[in-house]
Write a protein of this length. Structure first.
Length: 276
């Protein structure tokens, strides 16, 4: 981050086996792996971290910090052990915050998508054949230098408040959009609260003069109801009490106590699968 550079890309191909010619036209120093799903896995992430170490040249004498989310592929004990031995500190994001805290999402991926779309249009104009996944590395080679610039990279860290550190980068107003869909927890009452509109003020009718009577009634009787009173905001139904995956919190995953807890958890999960 301080050097304002970036590691070469790492591609995951939806194939059973990976071959070096998959990335022959890709950016300099790029590498890749293959998995039938096309998604990152524990083994692929370990290979990527080895690729990362070769690019960044980090060590215990020259440590670096890696910020990631809590995806299962990032929590492998082998990965965390390898990172710790090579001077990499892994800090995970809190749940549901990666769209705010991932620096590349905030400043690099947006321009990258635009440049990739433009490069795809140019490729389709030049090549008179269908595009395949093996053409993607060459397209990324054209678009990546335009998006992953020192200005965009440093702007992402500044926008997320990570560097320079800004603890007040987010305010309560940033959480307001989730107010409408806030739902009670499963352990809370499941009774639905019926919200009714407030009664409208009575319409005055002709009658005896009331000039001699002091009208000290509350001014609320003459207030007009707000749109929210007439038609309240829709609220989501209470959450169903379903068994979901354990919610994780922000932690330094390479710390020994955290690694030990993750290892014990993964061991228990493997033992459960044996009996199924």
């Amino acid at each position: 981050m301080q050097q304002r550079n970036s590691a070469s890309p790492y591609f995951i191909f939806p194939r059973k086996k990976y071959h070096a010619h998959f990335v022959r036209d890709g950016p300099f120093g790029c590498d890749g792996d293959a998995h039938p799903s096309g998604w990152m896995t524990e083994s692929s992430f370990l290979k990527y971290m080895k690729h990362f170490v070769c690019n960044v040249k980090c060590s215990k004498e020259n440590p670096c910090l890696v910020l990631i989310d809590n995806h299962n592929s990032h929590l492998s004990f082998d990965v965390l052990d390898y990172c710790k031995n090579h001077g990499i500190k892994i800090l995970s994001f809190p749940p549901h915050c990666s769209h705010r805290l991932q620096s590349l999402d905030r400043s690099v991926y947006g321009p990258l998508k635009k440049y990739i779309n433009s490069a795809c249009d140019d490729w389709m104009t030049t090549n008179k054949r269908p595009m395949t996944i093996y053409d993607i590395p060459g397209i990324v080679k054209t678009a990546l230098p335009l998006a992953a610039t020192p200005f965009h990279i440093t702007a992402g860290f500044r926008k997320t408040g990570l560097f320079p550190l800004n603890k007040d980068i987010f305010t309560d107003a940033d959480s307001m959009p989730s107010y409408i869909t806030d739902r009670p927890c499963p352990h809370s009452t499941t009774e639905h609260t019926i919200v009714t509109a407030r009664a409208l003020p009575p319409i005055p009718l002709p009658g005896p003069s009331g000039m001699n009577q002091t009208s000290n009634k509350s001014l609320q009787e003459n207030e007009c109801p707000s749109p929210e009173d007439v038609r309240p905001f829709l609220k989501a139904q209470p959450r169903k009490n379903l068994q979901r995956k354990r919610k994780r919190k922000s932690a330094i995953l390479t710390d020994t106590p955290v690694k030990k807890a993750l290892r014990d958890e993964q061991t228990k999960e493997k033992e459960k699968k044996k009996f199924l």
